[in-house]
Design a protein around this ligand. Structure first.
Ligand SMILES: C[S@@+](CC[C@H](N)C(=O)[O-])C[C@H]1O[C@@H](n2cnc3c(N)ncnc32)[C@H](O)[C@@H]1O
Length: 253
């Protein structure tokens, strides 16, 4: 009998945002593979004697390569084990869950995806930033700001014209380039913008600014990874008080 792999979303960090289903399946697993982005506190729900493998990387520490992680899950499932593969946020939103599902399914392994709350929706909510609003944002776009070596990147000019709230994952290292590209595409420099690090966790930090001043604010406040960039009129509804517009910045400098 082969086992089964559960690709489980652990949500953005706050353990209370874990689903009941995730808790039940983590309890039942006899092998747990946990990514660095998932809060390790979720391991409190695992059986005391369960085998746990930390497979993520952060701060340059060694991490398992994607093919090694997939091989590990495959081998365990073929031995008949129940695997909980725990990922940050939702496994199907920039979480490589699709690739893992394809590999496991191709090998005949039973896979089930357990959705988690993606950081893109939970993290802005911590500051009272809605992603849609009937008066100022008719939609939201989740997009990766990670630029690939081949220069492949989102069509920022198209996104600038979309009038949607933009939630940019993995964009922090390119914040200056992204802001410039959006402004070159026609988005006003005064558009409210935010960068939020470790959202929903006690160590959460944020920079609230305008599109034109976002990169400067990120640097000034020392915002690091993992962080989301949120750009659009709804960011102006943020409950924090430290929003700096590009006009104010000009006055300050
Ligand atoms: C590889 S993606 C994984 C996204 C995840 N699957 C999700 O649904 O949230 C990693 C990126 O997600 C964002 N991220 C995840 N958790 C976050 C958090 N608690 N606060 C801010 N950004 C977060 C950051 O942009 C980070 O670089």
């Amino acid at each position: 009998m082969t086992g089964k792999v559960f690709l489980i979303g652990a949500g953005p960090g706050d353990v209370e945002l874990l689903t009941l289903k995730a808790v039940r399946l983590i309890k039942q697993a006899d092998l747990v593979l946990i990514d660095d982005l998932a809060n390790p506190e979720v391991l409190q729900f695992a059986a005391p004697d369960v085998e746990v493998v930390h497979v993520g990387k952060r701060c340059g520490a060694h991490s398992a390569a994607q093919h090694e992680i997939e091989a590990l899950m495959l081998a365990a499932a073929l031995e008949g084990r129940t695997v909980a593969r725990i990922k940050g946020g939702d496994p199907f939103i920039f979480g490589r869950g699709g690739e893992e599902m394809q590999t496991l399914c191709a090998a005949g392994i039973d896979v089930e995806v357990v959705n988690g709350i993606t950081s893109g929706s939970a993290v802005p909510a911590t500051l009272g930033i809605p992603l849609t609003h009937r008066h100022c944002a008719h939609g939201v776009t989740f997009v990766s700001g990670h630029s690939h070596k081949d220069g492949d990147e989102p069509d920022w000019a198209l996104l600038a014209r979309s009038a949607m709230t933009l939630v940019i994952y993995m964009g922090l290292n390119h914040v200056s380039h992204i802001a410039d590209a959006l402004m070159a595409g026609g988005l006003s420099g005064d558009t409210p913008a935010a960068a939020i690090q470790y959202g929903t966790r006690p160590e959460q930090r944020q920079a609230l600014a305008s599109l034109a001043t976002l990169a400067l604010e990120v640097e000034r406040r020392g915002i690091g990874s993992p962080a989301l960039l949120i750009i659009g009129q709804t960011v102006g509804l943020a409950r924090a008080k430290t929003v700096i517009s590009s006009t104010q910045h000009k006055e300050l400098t």
